[in-house]
Design a binder for this molecule. Structure first.
Ligand code: PGA
Length: 254
């Protein structure tokens, strides 16, 4: 299974900025390896970027969605709209959605089921915050998030889901010098997640589930993180905003 390297641009970039990023990125990532590359820009850029990605292997993802197809939900975007515009992936349950916008596992589960029903591939984010880690609650938090967010999702559907382990304390929040998880800590989290997936489904399913790491992944640490046996890719925030640094991470994913 090729590694998946996804750019999470969060609330960044104008149309003009995104066009110059994609044009440069396409040039420097030609024949760059076999990683699957996904770009997840803000909603306002999806249409423009889809056009630019024509004839390219780079895939498009959104950063969030509502679980309903349509209706009176001011300010929301539906899975139908994301499909129509050409999204293949959608990030769900990001810690910023959980913390700032009060999304809980129950809602994220509904969104995950809805995405799957519409043929969108969820990148399901989980991870403990600093306080939980300090209180030795990491495993409990991750296990609960997984059990809740994967409720009523069967074995065949899980193949479409990528799990992103994003320890909240490792997320850069725009600080390029922020500390990532060590490769050992990240690997431990990934191994634990794989064990839970095996317990919820079976060993074979767990082996095939893609588990990617997010939290201050950058050119300087991508190679060592991506070399760990249970790390199947990366969800990259700050370091995905510049074409050269994101390309460097893609190169590290061989
Ligand atoms: P970061 O963000 O790479 O800037 O730490 C990752 C994320 O929040 O998805």
């Amino acid at each position: 299974m090729p590694k998946l390297i996804a750019a999470n641009w969060k609330m960044n970039k104008t149309i003009k900025e995104s066009i110059s990023f994609i044009e440069e990125f396409k040039k420097i990532t030609k024949n760059i390896g076999n990683a699957e590359i996904v770009v997840c820009p803000p909603f306002t850029l999806l249409h423009e970027i889809k056009k630019l990605l024509k004839n390219s292997d780079i895939k498009l993802g959104a950063q969030n969605m509502h679980f309903e197809d349509a209706g009176a939900y001011t300010g929301e975007i539906s899975p139908l709209m994301l499909k129509e515009i050409g999204c293949e992936y959608v990030i769900l349950g990001h810690s910023e959605r959980r913390e700032i916008f009060n999304e809980d596992d129950f809602l994220i589960n509904k969104k995950t089921i809805s995405a799957l029903n519409h043929g969108l591939k969820p990148i399901l984010c989980i991870g403990e915050n600093l306080e939980q880690r300090k209180n030795a609650k990491t495993e409990e938090v991750i296990e609960n998030q997984l059990r809740n967010c994967l409720k009523n999702i069967d074995k065949n559907q899980i193949a479409e889901i990528t799990i992103a382990y994003e320890p909240v304390w490792a997320i850069s929040r725009g600080d390029p010098n922020h500390r990532a998880a060590t490769k050992e800590d990240a690997e431990e989290g990934h191994q634990f997640i794989r064990n839970i997936v095996a317990a919820l489904y079976d060993e074979n399913t767990a082996e095939k589930t893609r588990i990617i790491y997010g939290g201050s992944m950058k050119p300087e640490n991508a190679k060592e993180l991506l070399a760990m046996p249970n790390i199947d890719g990366g969800l990259v925030g700050n370091a995905s905003l510049k074409a050269e640094s994101f390309a460097e991470i893609v190169r590290a994913a061989k």
